[in-house]
Design a protein around this ligand. Structure first.
Ligand SMILES: Nc1ncnc2c1ncn2[C@@H]1O[C@H](COP(=O)(O)OP(=O)(O)OP(=O)(O)O)[C@@H](O)[C@H]1O
Ligand SMILES: [Mg+2]
Length: 310
């Protein structure tokens, strides 16, 4: 099976600055790729190169096997994209907007409109004027528009920007349905890793134009789990630390009258039983879990690439 998208050594230079620097990744059907990074990291520029909105300085993009630079028409035929705010007509209804865009693609796209409207959950408001829509509805209509040509690859640049938690969950459900039911490959960019936690299969962390981490969501969850700490308030913390080092080879820190140690939930019961057996009194157990957001900052700070000035 060939990848829906294959990005190889993609690079963009503006002036004397490499704003995208050797980005490489690929995407198979049904995969949701979360493209995460802080403001100015290079997400939109990468997406603009993938969709042919800006020329590629170096490297290549293939969509369903077609090169975006050499066979643009065939490559882009498989893409639906919402880059920045969707371009829609505020004085027309949602339905009229969709019909207008569908008319560019032909009868098949027009026939697909009711199904797409249902998919993005807009049945009740589709005949209202766009100017009366909330931000979340506009975003959903933008996705509907991007789905008209039955894309194999859907690209959404910051689709959850400005959405409330409810809107984010709705967006997540729409994207998951598209990946699972239509086997669509999806790229979604965001500056918030936690927001993508329940949506994406793979995460690419970009900073200063470079992908600094490329991990499956499962690997990210394992990383969060491995950073979990437990604080045990007890009567002899130094002795407890010594025992735990000897028995389980657990490195621990003494903080006041407590020991802080890396521990998985599954091992907690054994450790408590052991310490109690050794006559150590445990007064409290506190989980000190790193949030996904803290992990994100740790990763960004630990892998700051050297200057990307040419
Ligand atoms: N047309 C342009 N000319 C010069 N520099 C540009 C241009 N477009 C983007 N840049 C620069 O490229 C870098 C990457 O910008 P980009 O918009 O790709 O970041 P981003 O990750 O999408 O950020 P955000 O989260 O703010 O949307 C920034 O330093 C930006 O100033
Ligand atoms: Mg951007």
């Amino acid at each position: 099976m060939i990848p829906v998208l294959s990005v190889n050594n993609l690079t963009k230079v503006y002036g004397n600055k490499k704003v995208v620097n050797g980005v490489t990744f690929s995407l198979m059907p049904g995969q949701i790729f979360g493209f995460v990074g802080p403001n100015g990291a290079g997400k939109s520029t990468t997406i603009r190169m993938i969709t042919g909105l800006t020329p590629i300085t170096e490297g290549s993009v293939r969509i369903c096997g077609y090169s975006v630079s050499r066979s643009f028409k065939q490559a882009i035929a498989s893409v639906g994209a919402v880059v920045e705010m969707p371009q829609l007509y505020p004085y027309l209804s949602g339905m009229k907007n969709l019909k207008l865009f569908a008319s560019f693609y032909g009868k098949k796209a027009l026939n697909r409109i009711p199904q797409i409207v249902k998919l993005v959950g807009m049945e009740n408001r589709i005949n209202d004027r766009l100017s009366t829509y909330s931000l979340g509805m506009k975003q959903r209509l933008g996705i509907a528009q991007a789905l008209l040509n039955r894309p194999k690859l859907l690209i959404l640049d910051e689709p959850t920007n400005g959405l409330d938690p409810n809107g984010i969950v709705e967006m997540r459900n729409i994207l998951k349905a598209l990946a699972q039911k239509e086997n669509m490959a999806i790229i979604i960019s965001s500056h918030n890793l936690a927001e993508l936690e329940h949506t994406c299969d793979v995460i690419g962390l970009i900073n200063d134009g470079k992908i600094i981490e490329y991990k499956t969501m499962k690997e990210i969850s394992e990383l969060v789990e491995s950073k979990q700490r437990v604080q045990l308030m007890c009567d002899f913390p130094n002795y407890a630390a010594l025992l735990l080092k000897k028995k389980y080879n657990l490195p621990s820190k003494i903080v006041g009258n407590s020991v802080v140690l890396p521990l998985r939930e599954s091992n907690l019961a054994n450790v408590i039983t052991y310490l109690t057996h050794k006559k150590i009194k445990i007064y409290s157990i506190k989980k000190m879990q790193k949030s996904l957001e803290e992990l994100y900052f740790d990763l960004l700070n630990s892998k700051r690439p050297s200057s990307s000035i040419i």
